[in-house]
Ligand binder design. Structure first.
Ligand SMILES: *Cc1c(COP(=O)(O)O)cnc(C)c1O
Length: 523
């Protein structure tokens, strides 16, 4: 076997010793050990068979490479096995329930993939003449109208490539609007304590200073504290609704009215739109800008840093500052891509003659593959189906909350029904046991752990978002697993401290891995 030829020594999971015999390979039946590609590959092996390149004089001068590049080579079947083995050590939404909260890890219908692979969408280039890509521009345009309709907003910037990128787009619109009003001196953005880390990061990145707004004991924004802080230095607020405690911010309209009266703008983090799509229109709540994570609410795969897409819906007040380009359909059915040269002409119709774009966010038009998947998802559900998505997501989360509140501490269980995610804490576990022990033991039960230690307002938080497509049977199995682990943690079962026992690797030093990542292979 290649792995043994290269002298690599398999590491059997330690915790299994005593319960299962060690194997020669380190493999455990279908769970195959796999070394790094640098350990199993070498410079001589290759998966391609090409004639030597003709010798041509180098024009690189002293920039020409003098030593071998040092990349490992494998044959084609070895390469396929390597990556297939690695993929089997990963958890995926296609393997089982993914309880990660604040992420909406939902099922991605296969129809989306089929549509995104149609050659008319997949095999085109953003620099093609617009006459040759009318279908693709039509997808962007139609999706834009759906997003505007579903949110009750005035316009949408389609190009941002993730939620956080959408936040930046919205905050830059707010900045441009303030400057256009001659109020660039407003430098404070108010952010609730429970906010996703990207919110304060975005505001700071855009040059604002961030101030925390406290939460009430029932897990919502302290409206009175927020109102008391409003003033001539406040540019706006960033509020997540439903919030990261899984609760609906009932006062959002009152908050928006107060912020507007004080001269500020309201940014809503719309990452949790899955819980309210088809039920609540953020535009009716006075929101000025909100990103929509297409890769959460409207399916489309995400995770592992994969492609996201974060269009930003805008109020009438912020629309003139939206980034370019945007699509516009004229009466003859032609779809135009509006760049700077034509913005003036089109702004009359679309923005009442005002247009003051802050610039552009990306090189081209956004994530075309994600647009196609999201529009497919929307059209295959229809308006009634999207509403049911929200209702079923909320029902499933409440089922998890009510099924486990007798076993795990549920800090906001008394605040009424939750939205799309249920929050628990480590209060009540045995001395010395914490959320991480529960999460690691869930891996042994065959589940990806829930979101841990977030939001920060809950000590030892466990945030569970089951999503709408999980059946009652799947939820019951997950609830049973979490109940069993929680009971072991309450009883002080020491074996939890070394969990996971059945994963390819046990506990890693996650802090060290994050702070001092080893990104370069040294021989
Ligand atoms: C996911 C998420 C974000 C960031 O979105 P990305 O697409 O990951 O950049 C922001 N806020 C909340 C509440 C989220 O859940």
């Amino acid at each position: 076997m290649t792995i043994n030829q290269s002298g690599w020594k398999p590491t059997a999971p330690e915790a299994n010793e005593g319960t299962a015999p060690a194997t020669f390979t380190g493999n455990r039946a279908l769970m195959l050990e796999e070394a790094l590609i640098f350990e199993i590959g070498d410079a001589e092996t290759t998966g391609v068979d090409l004639a030597d390149a003709p010798r041509v004089a180098s024009k690189l001068g002293n920039l020409a490479r003098t030593a071998p590049i040092g990349l490992p080579g494998l044959s084609e079947p070895e390469t396929v096995r390597h990556y297939t083995r690695l993929s089997r050590q990963n958890y995926a939404i296609d393997l089982g329930l993914f309880p990660l909260g604040s992420c909406t890890m939902k099922h991605n219908p296969r129809l989306n993939e089929k549509m995104a692979r149609l050659p008319g969408f997949a095999d085109i280039h953003p620099l093609q003449p617009v006459d040759t890509v009318q279908g693709a521009l039509g997808v962007i345009n139609e999706l834009a109208f759906w997003l505007i309709d579903l949110t009750g907003m005035h316009a949408v910037a389609m190009s941002p490539k993730a939620g956080a990128h959408g936040e930046l787009c919205g905050i830059l619109c707010i900045k441009a609007a303030l400057e256009a009003r001659g109020e660039g001196h407003r430098k404070v953005i108010l952010v609730p304590e429970s906010a996703h880390g990207t919110n304060p990061a975005t505001a700071a990145f855009a040059g604002f200073s961030v101030e925390d707004i406290p939460a009430t004991p029932d897990g919502r924004v302290d409206t009175e504290a927020l109102k008391a802080r409003l003033g001539p230095d406040v540019a706006g607020v960033m509020i997540t609704n439903p919030n990261t405690c899984g609760l609906f911010e009932r006062d959002l309209k009152e908050i928006s009215d107060a912020v507007h009266a004080a001269g500020g703008y309201v940014y809503c983090d719309g990452a949790n739109f899955n819980a309210i799509v088809g039920r609540v229109r953020p535009g009716d709540l006075g929101v000025d800008a909100m990103h929509i994570n297409l890769h959460k609410t409207f399916s489309t795969p995400h995770g592992g840093g994969g492609p996201g897409s974060g269009p930003v819906v805008l109020s009438e007040a912020l629309s003139p500052f939206a980034p370019l380009p945007y699509t516009a359909k004229t009466a003859d059915g032609h779809i135009h891509l509006i760049e700077e040269e034509r913005a003036e002409e089109f702004s009359k119709e679309h923005f009442g003659g005002r247009l003051d774009s802050f610039g552009r966010m990306v090189a081209f038009h956004g994530q075309m593959g994600m647009f196609t998947r999201a529009l497919t998802y929307i059209l295959s559900h229809g308006a009634d189906g999207l509403r049911q998505v929200a209702e079923d997501a909320v029902l499933n989360a409440n089922y998890v909350l009510r099924s486990l509140e007798d076993t795990l501490d549920a800090p906001f269980a008394g605040s009424g029904p939750c939205m799309h995610e249920a929050i628990f804490s480590d209060a009540g576990l045995a001395e010395g046991f914490s959320t991480i022990d529960v999460a690691k033991a869930l891996i042994d039960e065959g589940f990806h752990p829930m979101t841990m230690y977030f939001p920060l307002v809950v000590h030892g938080a466990m945030l569970v978002e089951p999503t709408e497509t999980e059946s009652k049977a799947a939820l019951d199995q997950f609830i049973g697993a979490l109940r069993s682990v929680a009971e072991r943690a309450k009883a002080g079962d020491q074996s939890l401290k070394t969990a996971p026992h059945f994963a390819p690797r046990a506990r890693l030093d996650e802090t060290l891995a994050a702070r001092k990542p080893v990104l370069v292979w040294k021989d």
